[in-house]
Design a binder for this molecule. Structure first.
Ligand SMILES: *[C@@H]1O[C@H](CO)[C@@H](O)[C@H](O)[C@H]1NC(C)=O
Ligand SMILES: *[C@@H]1O[C@H](CO)[C@@H](O)[C@H](O)[C@H]1NC(C)=O
Length: 588
């Protein structure tokens, strides 16, 4: 037999192939193993939270049969606080009543991620306070409050729905939480958020999906969706959310509750989830959400105290200015029903017109207002700034994570090479007959260097100046506008109608305080008017589809806006709207 030199290359080739196959196998096994470990980690976390909830529920069964429960739950926050401070009610009883209520609404709506176990001790402490007089110095004495999961809480994970943050408990409470406790409040449950908090859906692989209390087939809005839901379902009187694009106001509008997004520095953000805090041109804010405007006022009064100014010296030491809130002089208020990009649905327009009538009936002067240049402002400023790192930070956090189906398409898009995204954006511009979406995609990959960033900062300043001079030229005190472009969105469909956010992002970009107050609900007539809603672009077609039926009875809010640091005036306008709107008037 002679060796055939023709086959000389077989051996090296075969070994190379073997090595390659072996390598791929190893990588595949490693990937599967990692994935399994990840799933286990998420499941363990999920189970821990569920067990904590079950333990709490079991504890309640033993002590059930409380006659006071419905008496407690029927009271608005202001009245309940009076009874807590005067010792007519025990903090422990109030806590039990709200724990039970929260657990009950949670079984159907999945708004609570876990109970806060320290609540019991705090309630006992409240009831055992030696010096009864001290209670009067604590404006929130014994009040149970709910917290969005993104607030640091000592010993608890703060995940924003991302598995990367599991098993890394916070070392300290958020400043807001510390102040709440000092003022007597009892944080008792943590509520759900969307994965990454960068959408207004409310779902993540760890805690699952939260539903809207008024319609289970629709979402509560977000990102403070768990808060909107639990408060809308009357499982909590007061809660705290955060807002960088509407995350407090959108769930308020969609769940029928009140909420305030203050000016950035007015309340301390120290100790909230840190993802994206390196971007400082448009900052996330924190704020209260509640069942009525008076509760928001009580919360702001309690928070704007020396404790907060000490714990976070970057907060300007301005206490709540009751004199501004209580003033009765006539105001000049601007209004609009369309911001210039996506038409708000007829129901949302009517909500603004209802609020206008309410304010006019109280003697105020309402004049039309036109938002300058909203479309460019959103794509060329808001998106370019908030995604100024080309979404790198977010993608790094999600790299090894299981991605929630509600954001998976967006994450896939962001992960594509920039040139592909660029090409795609032009295709989208043509196919969708809507340059807005294309521009939005392009904007996420446009900022290249510090020069671009400085230019962007300059443009932002220019727009702020322009907006302010328009405001001044009209001599406005405040502004009212749609709470959002449409009511609650069917579950899982938010990205098809993402463009609605121009109604809320504007006031993050400007850093003006804005609050949302429920005014009315969708009627049959509103829905019938949807037949004339335009269908030129893809967003418009989806809006027409989602809101032409099945929306009757969904809550609708309006936003009330003021100049920076005019939270008290914004709350005054909200209160006036609420007074004239039967939807929010509570019977007590
Ligand atoms: C955002 O926050 C940072 C850090 O506190 C601050 O330096 C910056 O001025 C803030 N930006 C705005 C627009 O207020
Ligand atoms: C992802 O990109 C595709 C194609 O450009 C686009 O149709 C779609 O709306 C994008 N999806 C999201 C969620 O951004």
């Amino acid at each position: 037999m002679t060796w055939d030199y023709k086959y000389m290359y077989v051996l090296p080739l075969a070994s190379l192939l073997t090595v390659l196959i072996a390598y791929s196998c190893i990588m595949m096994v490693r990937y599967c193993w990692k994935r399994a470990a990840l799933k286990k980690k998420i499941k363990t976390k999920k189970d821990e939270c569920r067990e904590a909830l079950e333990r709490l529920a079991a504890g309640h069964q033993e002590t059930d049969g409380q006659s006071q429960k419905s008496k407690i739950l029927d009271l608005p926050m202001e009245k309940l606080l009076e009874k807590l401070i005067s010792c007519e009610f025990n903090a422990v009883d109030v806590l039990r009543a709200y724990q039970q209520q929260a657990l009950e609404v949670n079984t159907e709506l999945n708004c609570v991620v876990e109970p806060i176990k320290e609540a019991e001790d705090l309630a006992n402490e409240c009831d055992n306070m030696r010096n009864r007089k001290d209670q009067h110095k604590r404006p929130l004495h014994g009040l149970p409050v709910s917290l969005k999961e993104c607030y640091f809480l000592k010993g608890y994970d703060c995940t924003a729905g991302m598995s990367d943050y599991i098993g890394k408990p916070s070392e300290e409470d958020a400043v807001i939480v510390q102040v709440l406790r000092k003022q007597g409040a009892i944080p008792f449950v943590r509520t759900n958020i969307p994965q990454t908090m960068m959408t207004y859906e409310c779902s993540n692989p760890i805690y699952g999906q939260t539903l809207n209390p008024h319609d289970r087939t629709r979402g509560p809005g977000g990102s403070s969706g768990g808060e909107g839901c639990i408060i809308g379902a009357k499982g909590s009187l007061l809660g705290f959310g955060s807002d960088i694009g509407g995350s407090i106001r959108i769930p308020c509008h969609m769940c029928g509750v009140c909420g305030l997004k203050p000016t950035y520095r007015r309340l301390s953000v120290k100790g909230t989830h840190e993802l994206g805090q390196g971007q400082t041109l448009i900052n996330a804010t924190v704020g209260p959400m509640a069942q009525d405007v008076t509760s928001l006022v009580i919360a702001m009064k309690a928070l704007l105290c020396d404790d907060m100014f000490d714990l976070d010296p970057t907060v300007p030491p301005i206490p709540f200015r009751t004199e501004i809130y209580e003033k009765t002089h006539t105001l000049k208020i601007g209004y609009y029903v369309f911001d210039g990009y996506l038409e708000a649905v007829p129901a949302c327009k009517r909500a603004v017109m209802d609020a206008k009538t309410i304010l006019e009936n109280q003697g105020h002067k309402l004049i039309p207002f036109q938002v300058p240049d909203v479309q460019n402002v959103f794509t060329e400023l808001y998106v370019r700034i908030t995604f100024g790192d080309n979404v790198q930070m977010l993608l790094e956090c999600l790299r090894n994570d299981i991605i929630d189906p509600t954001i998976s398409l967006a994450v896939t898009n962001w992960s594509l090479p920039k040139c592909v995204q660029w090409l795609m954006s032009w295709v989208v511009s043509c196919v969708y007959n809507d340059d807005f979406v294309g521009k939005g995609i392009r904007s996420t990959c446009k900022t290249q260097n510090v020069y671009d960033w400085w230019k962007l900062a300059e443009k932002l300043q220019e727009y702020k100046k322009k907006f302010l001079s328009l405001w001044r030229s009209l001599e406005l005190d405040a502004l009212i506008c749609p709470g959002f472009a449409f009511p609650a969105v069917p579950n899982g469909e938010v990205f098809n109608v993402l463009g609605g956010v121009t109604y809320t992002t504007l006031y993050n970009l400007l850093d003006y305080p804005a609050g949302t107050v429920p005014v009315t609900k969708v009627t049959k007539e509103d829905e019938a008017e949807m037949k004339d809603y335009p269908t030129r672009t893809r967003y418009e077609r989806f809006i027409k589809k989602y809101f032409s039926e099945g929306t009757v009875g969904l809550p609708l809010g309006v936003q009330c806006v003021g100049l920076p640091y005019q939270e008290e005036l914004v709350l005054r306008v909200m209160k006036m709207v609420e007074n004239g709107a039967p939807f929010t008037v509570r019977t007590d």
